[in-house]
Design a protein around this ligand. Structure first.
Ligand code: FAD
Length: 467
């Protein structure tokens, strides 16, 4: 009987999907346990993903600007040096503060934190076995289980991530020295973000990409502009390049083998070819869950994977992003508690945190063309925005795509300063079904970068004022 169970809900995994699901469930009055195998809470995102990468992106950008931009603004100093151990320590401090913050939120919301690996143990999913260091540490029971075990870095067949010469993104967040030559395999957002970090800190960086373009999911007009910008920043982007192997010579390095070309000598390789769902040791078979071809857990529209078991976040696929996992955590729990819970998957923003940033929400031009939707396009360059000029960051543009007949905003693509923050307004507008005219007629404060969004909305109707 349900009343014999210890908890209303057990969440396996304390990443952004799992910890947010646990907090929302507690807010809704459920008794909740969250099982996490790592000592720190927060998952990939807080420990080895979003947060430490953003700390290093900011620190490396400050260093780069101090070298290249400050003097022109009248800020001069001698003897600028890089203290990499201090930079890494600062990043680690940010991670510790935030993961500790989740522990505090668990206490405040009376979520029971359980340390160990959670394994589903039997049909109806009401039991979860917990193991610590491979040994059974007890069984928990609950009315429902949510699997939020996330993802892990993927590699290419035959290439081992040894953690020294060939690292994954986790390794690239903590190189003890700036590499002389870093070869990044894969020009997705993780490769580009971490590639530009080490470039700014002084490494020669070569990025190898199998496709003939970068950021395949982004609007390609924006991706092309970004590609040009990365080349200008000194990234050696080799597109249409197939990596066929990696050979380590000695402690100092080795070479990356590519099809139809000379091997590339380097002292570090960053493997960033995507992430795979993490379901090891989860006991999915005990509740009758079969993963799909790529290893993801299939779910229905209620996130149900099996009777009594739901799954959310990276482990179910789709946009493998922290905010998508969080939204699913909330929607899943709200459905369990109230029968309602909703996500508009058409307005999930995605951001590449390079300098400047690349942000997108909604459809790309390529998608609209493919779907045969007629649209109008408004563009506004940051070079014509007063605030962008004042902060010395005028690269990029805002591009708004609106339905030709109804003027409803269908997609927004921004390359430029603080694009990741500017896209929030556009996502909110789209969530409310706004037209380009609605954005154009909304008063935007001056002088702000957000005026570029307003001007792009005006440009949809051919009436931008400042360009
Ligand atoms: P995860 O965060 O992976 O959490 C899953 C948790 O489950 C982990 O803590 C794991 O230890 C635990 N676990 C797994 N199996 C078990 C088990 N059997 N028992 C107990 N615990 C278990 N996304 C963004 O939106 N913005 C970004 O800027 C961004 N930057 C990134 C940068 C890097 C370098 C990387 C690698 C990723 C980045 N991401 C970013 C992606 C983001 O980190 C993930 O989309 C997000 O963490 C997914 O959340 P999740 O809760 O589904 O899974």
């Amino acid at each position: 009987p349900a009343d014999a169970r210890e908890f209303d809900l057990i969440v396996i995994g304390a990443g952004p999907g799992g910890y947010v699901a646990a907090l929302r469930a507690a807010q809704l009055g459920m008794t909740v346990a969250c099982v996490e195998l790592e000592p720190a809470l927060g998952g990939t995102c807080l420990r080895v993903g979003c947060i430490p990468s953003k700390a290093l992106l900011e620190s490396s950008e400050i260093y780069h600007q101090a070298q290249h931009s400050y003097a022109a603004r009248g800020v001069k100093f001698d003897g600028l040096t890089l203290d990499l151990p201090a930079m890494l320590k600062d990043k680690d401090g940010t991670v510790t503060a935030l993961t500790g913050g989740i522990a505090h939120l668990f206490k405040k919301n009376k979520v029971t934190r359980v340390a160990g690996r959670g394994t589903l143990a039997g049909r109806d999913g009401e039991r979860v076995l917990v193991q610590v260091d491979g040994k059974d540490a007890g069984t928990l029971s609950a009315g429902h289980v949510i699997v939020a075990t996330g993802s892990a870095p993927a590699s290419l067949p035959g290439i081992e991530i040894d953690g020294e010469f060939v690292t994954d993104s986790t390794g690239a967040l903590s190189y003890e020295q700036v590499p002389d030559h870093l070869v990044v395999i894969g020009a997705g957002y993780i490769g580009l973000e971490l590639g530009t970090v080490w470039k700014r800190l002084g490494a020669k960086v070569t990025v190898l990409e199998y496709l003939d373009h970068i950021l395949p999911l982004n609007d390609q007009e924006i991706a092309k502009a970004a590609e040009k910008m990365f080349r200008k920043q000194g990234l050696d982007l080799k597109l249409g390049t197939k990596v066929i192997g990696v050979e380590r010579r000695d402690e100092k390095g080795g070479q990356v083998l590519i099809e139809g070309g000379d091997p590339i000598e380097c002292d570090k390789v960053l493997m960033s070819v995507g992430r795979r769902p993490y379901t090891e040791g989860l006991g999915l078979e005990t509740v009758g869950i079969e993963t799909d071809k790529r290893g993801f857990i299939p779910v229905d529209e209620h996130y149900t994977a099996a009777p009594g078991v739901s799954a959310i976040g990276d482990v179910i696929g789709g946009a493998m992003l922290a905010h998508k996992a969080e939204e699913e955590g909330v929607a899943c729990v709200e459905r369990l508690a109230t029968g309602h819970g909703h996500i508009d998957y058409g307005v999930i923003p995605s951001i590449v945190y390079t300098s400047p940033e690349i942000a997108a929400v909604g459809k790309t031009e390529e998608e609209l063309k493919k779907e045969g939707i007629e649209y109008r396009k408004g563009k506004f360059p940051f070079v014509a925005n007063g605030r962008a000029k004042a902060i010395g960051n005028t690269e990029g543009q805002v591009k708004i795509l609106a339905d030709k007949a109804t003027d409803r905003v269908l997609g927004v693509h921004i390359l430029g300063p603080h694009a990741g923050d500017l896209i929030a307004e556009c996502a909110a507008a789209m969530a409310f079904g706004a037209t380009a005219e609605d954005i154009a007629r909304t008063c935007h404060a001056h002088p702000t970068l957000s005026e570029a969004v307003k001007e792009a909305a005006l440009a949809v109707d051919g009436r931008a004022l400042h360009f």
